[in-house]
Design a protein around this ligand. Structure first.
Ligand SMILES: Cc1cc2nc3c(=O)[nH]c(=O)nc-3n(C[C@H](O)[C@H](O)[C@H](O)COP(=O)(O)OP(=O)(O)OC[C@H]3O[C@@H](n4cnc5c(N)ncnc54)[C@H](O)[C@@H]3O)c2cc1C
Length: 456
């Protein structure tokens, strides 16, 4: 028996034969969302059913010296789930259980293979609300969202995934289970161990279960698509709405004209406003229906000042969904081959200058088409560009990333570092910060067996 056959037999004993996927069936799985035609390259995809099996899988791989790559919905955008042929990929797809919601404590315990959408639905069925929301909600898992500290569409009001995790259970590289499943908002008892696993992209442990914080269901929404003279005016609208509605602005999504045009091309979302404005934004406020006049009044006042040039207000849930389709259906960008995705942070006060200068630099690169949009209320911009040859791609990278260090920005706002942005980490982190990260990695995974090569 070869070493590979021996570890596969051991894993099959732990998770059962149907829990180990190899050969043709594995080749039928794609590497990840951004590489749909590339098969998963791992030695095997292993599907434990619970923490105990995950611990046994990790212990067996540790003993055999085999590296393990955690995998949720594989919708991550920085190649964090990419595997080498001698590595095992550990999928959470059989850990999808959602326990009954605690309506008084407003918490729910979930297996980390549960999708974001399934947790949203479970919360809604109990009259509560799980605020994390993003375009990949139907496939992205809670484990992936924890491990990338996902952001999404409601960070302004509810924060990132980190704010929604009260407790979690994780398995370390050697199989040790660290269980911190307390459903407490306050718990200052030494190091907050759960935070070690939030946003660390599966490099420090496999998260198997989590206690999530739920919120009261919003009573309703007021939603509008607005057009402004520029992003600075958009920022003024955001600040005015935040003070008028006292923190209940849940989304403020900036859309620059090229993005708006792609998303509303024939056969796609309907364009409620004409195409001749310099900047668009979707603004959404959580409010009761009686407050919709106040929302309209706010927009009208800002129109009177020239801060808003035009606006369309959703008057039904159907219209609201239609507006969100303009922001959400980013697969249209792939269809138009504007497929290289970038996720950066820039202070809002410096965003206008950064976007203008970067658009100019990108326009000077032969064959490059670029669109820009994002969660600008959270400082977060997404660029999408054409994929060129290596020299062209390097020129695009430089145009987008190089100015960020001086602007106090970040090369990754919410997608993480994975494999794709490893070389860019020093643009956003000092040598001392990276050194401290490496110390923590070595302490928890001295043999570098858990998602090796990601982040560093
Ligand atoms: C259309 C689209 C829209 C998106 N919009 C947003 C957005 O608005 N905001 C945002 O933040 N992201 C967004 N993303 C990125 C992505 O969906 C999120 O990062 C998501 O949280 C990843 O979940 P996943 O289950 O697919 O994780 P995966 O892609 O499977 O994994 C992501 C990383 O986490 C690790 N990992 C996965 N599960 C575990 C686990 N249980 N334990 C330990 N490590 C684990 C993996 O090894 C990998 O490094 C979007 C992606 C797409 C395709």
């Amino acid at each position: 028996m070869t070493e590979a056959e021996s570890i596969l037999a051991r894993l099959s004993d732990i998770v059962g034969p149907s829990g180990v996927i190899t050969g043709e069936e594995l080749l039928g799985r794609s590497a990840n969302w951004t590489r749909p035609t590339e098969p998963c390259a791992a030695l095997a995809l292993v599907r434990p059913r619970n923490t105990t099996e995950t611990s046994a899988v990790m212990a067996a791989c540790h003993a055999a010296g085999v590296a393990v790559v955690p995998r949720g919905g594989a919708t991550g955008l920085v190649d964090g789930t990419l595997c080498a042929p001698d590595e095992i990929t550990l999928s959470t797809e059989r850990m999808t259980g959602i326990e009954p919601v605690d309506p008084l404590g407003m918490t729910v315990v979930v297996g980390t293979g549960a999708t974001i959408e399934s947790v949203q639905n479970a919360a809604t069925e109990s009259g509560l609300f799980f605020p994390l929301d993003l375009g990949a909600r139907g496939s992205a898992t809670i484990g992936g969202a924890i491990s990338t500290n996902a952001g999404g569409l409601r960070v302004l009001r509810y924060g990132m995934m980190r704010e929604m995790v009260l407790g979690l259970e994780a398995v370390l590289a050697d199989g040790t289970v660290v269980s911190s499943m307390r459903p407490l908002i306050k718990n200052n008892t030494g190091l907050d161990l759960k935070q070690i696993f939030v946003g660390t992209e599966g490099t420090l442990g496999i998260v198997t279960r989590a206690v999530l914080r739920l919120r009261p269901e919003p009573a309703g929404y007021a939603t509008a698509l607005i057009a402004c003279p520029g992003v600075d005016d958009g920022a003024r609208v955001l600040r005015a709405a935040q003070s008028a509605f006292q923190g209940r602005v849940s989304s403020f999504e900036g859309l620059w004209p090229d993005f708006y045009q792609v998303m509303t091309a024939p056969g796609r979302a309907t364009a409620p406003l004409s195409y001749d404005y310099p900047f668009y934004a979707i603004i959404e406020v959580e409010c009761v229906p009686e407050e919709s006049d106040r929302f309209l009044g706010l927009l009208e006042g800002l129109m009177g000042e020239g801060t808003i040039l035009d606006a369309a207000v959703a008057s039904s849930e159907e219209q609201r969904r239609g507006m969100w389709r303009i922001r959400d259906r980013v697969e249209h960008l792939n269809a138009d081959r504007i497929e290289r995705a970038f996720d950066v942070s820039v202070p809002l006060s410096k965003m206008d200058g950064y976007v203008r200068a970067t658009l100019e630099r990108l326009a000077a690169i032969p064959g490059c088409r670029a669109v820009v949009y994002g969660h600008i209320g959270d400082n977060n911009l997404h660029w999408n560009t054409t994929r060129l040859d290596p020299a062209g791609n390097a020129a695009i990278d430089a145009a987008i990333y190089a100015p960020l260090a001086e602007l106090n920005g970040s090369v990754s706002a919410e997608h993480g570092i994975g494999l794709e942005k490893r070389g860019k980490l020093p643009l956003s982190r000092s040598p001392e910060e990276i050194g401290a990260m490496r110390l923590i990695k070595r302490a928890l995974d001295p043999d570098n067996r858990l998602n090796p090569g990601k982040i560093f």
